[in-house]
Design a protein around this ligand. Structure first.
Ligand code: PMP
Length: 405
């Protein structure tokens, strides 16, 4: 059996059928992954017979929920190779994690004339919070170029670095091109001038083995819903010594040590950054999702999706009517343009064939401008994807070409 065949577990995913019970060829996993039944069940149990709030109950149910919530934090720490669960802050998603770092760390560590380096391929959520910070502080944004095949150019990064560089914020895996960053080297470069590095791991966490100690970065962020978990939960990982010196992001319950009108003191991390009632059921369901994904082994998962991406590129190339964007060897994400057909028209026709792809700018407008296109068509794979999905996509593309003559 091929690697692809052994990984495919469509039956575990109730969302992979259409409303009329036909197979749904879901190729939009980079936007949000379908959920295995174990995650749906964990969420339903947590919202049902196990439900109570955390951190304040004197009754047993609340104490058990607190244990469940904190067990989820330990599971995340273990999954990403964190040194301690105190380095794991639960947030609403990657977007909130980046805004938290920009507000809490950035506002105290970045000033007039300081430099923040981003790359051309960043998702808007790794651009806009830094622009807002730059506006408030007088810092400047610099943009690291890409290589010709769409990878972050580390030579270009090196050339931009200076003692004024305070932060380098880069995608570990591009959500449009599937390019994989040599994150360890990027961290080494950032640290060589005393800058911190934030990695946007939204597309890496669901498809790569993560090891915070080995990556040697300072901040790492990702969203649970792309990791086969629920929406409304994500992770900010940061080194304990950095978190310890960061002021709170939001104020409220649960993030304090003592509140008084003549002065309030704050809880240590991670609680300092989790104001209010947290995402209890989402954390518990994320725990189930991580157990599910980890059982496959992130390295096998990467290989499975990369093989599908390579196969799709080869089939698209045979059409002689397609522009492919991004590196030849990538994670399981493929962006392309079909000659003479707008990505939205292609997406609409593919939908009739029960194939779901993404058409648009993928929240990466500066990258679209760099590629010289308003939009691309993107197919992205998950652990349930297989060769049937590619075959269905190719049939849909052939039909589209016939329609458009
Ligand atoms: N960064 C990347 C690379 C992404 O793919 C996404 C989601 N498309 C985000 C950040 C933002 O994630 P979220 O919307 O879940 O906060």
């Amino acid at each position: 059996m091929s690697e692809a065949a052994t990984l495919t577990r469509k039956a575990d995913f109730p969302g992979l059928v259409t409303e009329v019970g036909k197979p749904w060829h879901y190729l939009d996993t980079a936007a949000s992954a379908q959920k295995p039944q174990v995650v749906v069940d964990a969420m339903s149990r947590a919202l049902g017979r196990d439900y109570a709030t955390v951190h304040r109950g004197v009754y047993g149910r609340s104490a058990r929920m607190t244990l469940g919530y904190e067990a989820a934090r330990r599971r995340v720490a273990d999954f990403i190779g964190a040194r301690s669960e105190n380095e794991v802050v639960f947030v609403r998603g990657a977007t909130e994690a980046i805004n938290l770092v920009a507000a809490a760390w950035g506002m105290t560590r970045i000033g007039q004339g300081d430099r923040i380096i981003l790359s051309t391929l960043e998702h808007h959520s790794n651009i806009v919070p830094w622009q807002m910070l730059a506006e408030r502080t007088g810092a400047e944004i610099e943009v690291c170029p890409l290589t010709a095949d769409g990878q972050i150019d580390l030579g270009g990064l090196e050339a931009l670095l200076s003692p004024r560089t305070k932060l380098v914020a880069l995608a570990h895996v591009s959500n449009v091109l599937g390019s994989v960053l040599d994150a360890r080297r990027a961290a080494e470069l950032a640290h060589s001038v005393g800058a911190k590095i934030l990695l946007d791991g939204c597309q890496a966490a669901p498809r790569m083995k993560l090891d915070m100690a080995a990556l040697d970065c300072d901040f790492y962020v990702f969203s649970g819903h792309k990791l086969y978990g629920p929406t409304g939960i994500g992770v900010l990982w940061a080194r304990e010594d950095i978190l310890a010196h960061m002021p709170p992001y939001q104020g409220g319950g649960a993030m304090i040590e003592k509140v008084a009108f003549d002065g309030t003191t704050y809880a240590p991390p991670p609680q300092r950054f989790e104001a209010g009632t947290p995402m209890i059921t989402e954390a518990i369901a994320l725990h189930a999702a991580i157990d599910y994904v980890d059982a496959f082994g992130p390295d096998r998962l990467f290989a499975h999706e990369a093989a599908l991406a390579a196969q799709l590129r080869a089939e698209l190339r045979k059409l002689n009517a397609v522009t492919l964007f991004g590196p030849e060897e990538s994670a399981g994400i493929v962006s392309f343009a079909l000659d003479g057909v707008h990505p939205h028209d292609l997406g609409t026709i593919l939908d009739e064939e029960h194939v779901a792809i993404r058409a648009g700018h993928h929240c990466a407008q500066p990258l679209m401008e760099h590629l010289g296109v308003p939009a691309t068509t993107r197919a992205s794979f998950g652990l349930y994807s297989d060769e049937d999905d590619i075959a269905a996509l190719m049939r849909g593309i052939e039909r589209t070409r016939r329609i458009f003559g």
